[in-house]
Design a protein around this ligand. Structure first.
Ligand code: NAI
Length: 344
């Protein structure tokens, strides 16, 4: 009998509780050995305990080391700052991993199967920016610093190679802009080549300029396997590859560090459809599969993915975003009906 895993669960805001309920039902049917430690975050936490990221939630993630997190609403302009960013900083979740796999039948790009590993803490998103005043204009100019460190580059590239080894992937492609940004991107590439040498003979390595990568992804995504890149390029390219496989509704994400791993759907809290029971739970369900893989429960994850694939292939239930009329619960039930029963 497997020892159950303790996992922090943050259902989140908007459609979060709806897709969480369905995902948990599916995981239970798959026999996932998990004890959920439910916590609050975001607007829901603001309304119930008066702060967006309560200490109890942080302590729970510190204790379990693993969280499944629903989307959290970030108020625009005023109000509290992004809880997602706060979690990333608190736990130093330096690696953002976004696998992109085609699961929709008749997708424009069949059989895409690649992973983007994005550095999550440095680059242009480090937040080092300011305005420069001139004459009467306090905002005459603005500048932003692209922070790249040897340490940060080493750990993300090494992470990508270790990920490739652990997941049986053959090639790591480092994406950069070193032809123009010779210091920052040059350092990232230089460190990448050094780390790649440690893996020679085990995982192949090449590098590519980001603009050429964007074009190649559209022309021939099959030539890529694992892409490792900086914060901004990773942000943009991971949405591009989500587009190749049918959109953000099919893209799960993981934010990983030494102390914690947080799994989430990449879409937001969808306030426009919240409470209507029509949200598509697929992205969140796929995020829970990444979590199962991380917990060493790959056979359970495989059962869930197979049932999801059968549901989509048969067109058994389609949510509205896919042109169907099924609700969240109905879709979840269709997946559960197609689940191979776990052998106990
Ligand atoms: P969004 O992803 O929530 O919604 C964009 C569009 O996609 C909407 O029309 C929505 O109805 C649709 N959509 C999203 N998920 C869906 C699903 N599972 N099924 C069916 N349709 C779905 O992006 P938006 O509107 O920009 O952001 C809303 C809130 O979510 C904001 O407060 C934002 O800050 C937050 N957000 C949180 C994220 C997170 O917690 N990781 C990520 C992105 C946004």
């Amino acid at each position: 009998m497997t020892t159950p895993h303790d996992v922090t669960l943050i259902p989140g805001d908007g459609i979060g509780p709806e897709i969480t309920r369905t995902t948990l039902d599916i995981l239970e049917a798959a026999g996932a050995p998990i004890i959920w430690r439910e916590c609050v975050g975001g607007v829901t936490a603001m309304e119930t305990v008066g702060e967006p990221l309560p200490q109890a939630t942080l302590e729970s993630i510190e204790a379990t080391g693993v969280a499944l997190k629903g989307p959290l609403t970030t108020p625009i302009g005023s109000g509290f700052r992004s809880v997602n960013v706060a979690l990333r900083k608190h736990f130093d979740l330096f690696a953002n991993v976004r696998p992109a796999v085609t699961i929709l039948p008749a997708a424009r790009y069949p059989d895409v199967d690649l992973v983007i590993v994005r550095e999550n803490t440095e680059g242009l998103y480090a937040g080092i920016e300011h305005f420069i005043g001139m004459e009467n204009d306090p905002r005459a100019a603005a500048e932003s610093v692209m922070l790249i460190t040897r340490y940060g580059s080493q750990r993300i590239v090494r992470f990508a190679f270790e990920y490739a080894l652990a997941h049986g992937r053959r090639l790591v492609t480092l994406v950069h802009k070193a032809n123009i940004l010779k210091c920052t991107q040059g350092l990232f590439l230089e460190v990448g080549r050094e780390v790649a040498a440690e893996y020679e003979g085990r995982v192949e390595f090449d590098d590519k300029i980001v603009d050429a990568t964007a074009m190649q992804l559209a022309l021939d995504p099959y030539r890529f396997d694992v892409i490792v890149t900086g914060n901004m390029f990773g942000d943009i390219l991971s949405d591009q590859v989500a587009g190749l496989i049918g959109g953000l509704g099919f893209a799960p994400g993981a934010n990983l560090g030494e102390r914690a791993a947080i799994f989430e759907a990449v879409h937001g809290s969808a306030p426009d459809i919240s409470g209507q029971g029509i949200a598509n739970p697929t992205s969140f369900l796929l995020a829970s599969c990444l979590m199962l893989d991380h917990l060493g429960e790959a056979p359970v994850a495989a059962r869930v993915r197979a049932a999801l694939q059968r549901t989509l292939d048969e067109g058994a239930a389609r949510t509205r975003d896919l042109g169907g009329s099924a609700g969240t619960v109905e879709f979840g039930d269709a997946v559960i009906e197609r689940m191979e029963r776990p052998t106990s």
